[in-house]
Design a protein around this ligand. Structure first.
Ligand code: PGA
Length: 269
């Protein structure tokens, strides 16, 4: 699959930003980068460890990866995956669970070993949640860390379910995987999937900023006018826990932003 090239690229304080003709081109380019990274990590160290995202944004990325697999160009036999988040409480069998999303869009369609496909477990008892979050981070660390983290961006700037928060920067950059309360914007944006805001879970488990920001490569995808403000605040505003996407600047050039023109509309240049 020939990877589409960006129509424009920016360097914002050392962070590469690639702007594609449309979201389809950006997703195809992201899928190609991920496939290439898997092939080279497996060749170099015998395995690849991917951090994966859910939501509307990455669906075509998974489609691209499945096509690579079906074409015989990509195997997941030596891949482990760690998803960013899951609603809480949530059964993995629930049609709205992120586990179901991942099964539908990737896991059931490729040769990934079921015991290497990790999604935070929305059935862990309340009293075990903190300890469970700490073990999720330890599993990632024991794998040698994430080779790549795929991220979307919330309208409120969230990454995973690390929501805007009143925290000092030091703390915000080192958050563990943990239970969180969802932000009103996140609940509003999920209302369509759940048949109304009243049915959206109020809580979730999210991978923390510590594991996300330690990834050796981070791809952030954001598309459409509704993301333009969060994109510009993340890339050009102050680095603050109030805009979790801005925390990605601490990872410098390990991060690449991949945007469509509408999401990039409020960026300089
Ligand atoms: P979306 O969500 O891909 O459904 O827009 C992105 C996010 O909230 O991270």
């Amino acid at each position: 699959m020939p990877a589409p090239s960006p129509s424009r690229s920016l360097d914002l304080d050392g962070t590469p930003v690639l702007i594609f003709d449309d979201s389809a081109a950006a997703c195809l380019a992201a899928a190609e980068q991920i496939a290439e990274l898997v092939r080279s990590a497996v060749a170099r160290r015998g395995k690849a460890v991917l951090g994966l995202a859910t939501g509307g944004t990455p669906v075509p990325v998974y489609k691209g990866l499945v096509e690579e697999h079906q074409g015989g160009r990509l195997s997941f036999a030596e891949v482990s995956t760690y998803n960013l988040d899951e609603y809480y409480p949530m059964s993995p069998l629930d049609p709205q669970s992120y586990r179901t999303y991942m099964d539908r869009h990737l896991f059931s369609l490729v040769d990934l070993a079921p015991n290497r496909a990790h999604v935070p477990d929305g059935t862990v008892p309340e009293s075990d949640l903190e300890a469970y979050g700490a073990s999720y981070d330890r599993w990632i660390e024991a794998e040698g860390g994430l080779d790549l983290q795929l991220l979307g961006l919330g309208r409120n700037g969230h990454i995973g379910f690390n929501e805007p928060a009143d925290l000092d920067l030091d703390t915000a950059l080192k958050l563990p995987t943990r239970p969180v309360s969802l932000h009103p914007t996140t609940i509003a944006d999920a209302a369509g999937d759940f048949g109304g805001e009243a049915h959206v879970p109020r809580r979730a488990l999210t991978m923390g900023t510590a594991s996300i920001l330690s990834a050796r490569r981070i791809l952030v995808l954001a598309f459409g006018a509704k993301k333009a403000e969060a994109v510009s605040r993340s890339l050009t505003g102050p680095m603050t826990a109030q805009v979790p996407g801005s925390l990605l600047r601490s990872a410098g050039s390990r991060v690449t932003w991949m945007l469509d023109p509408a999401a990039a509309a409020q960026l300089p240049g």
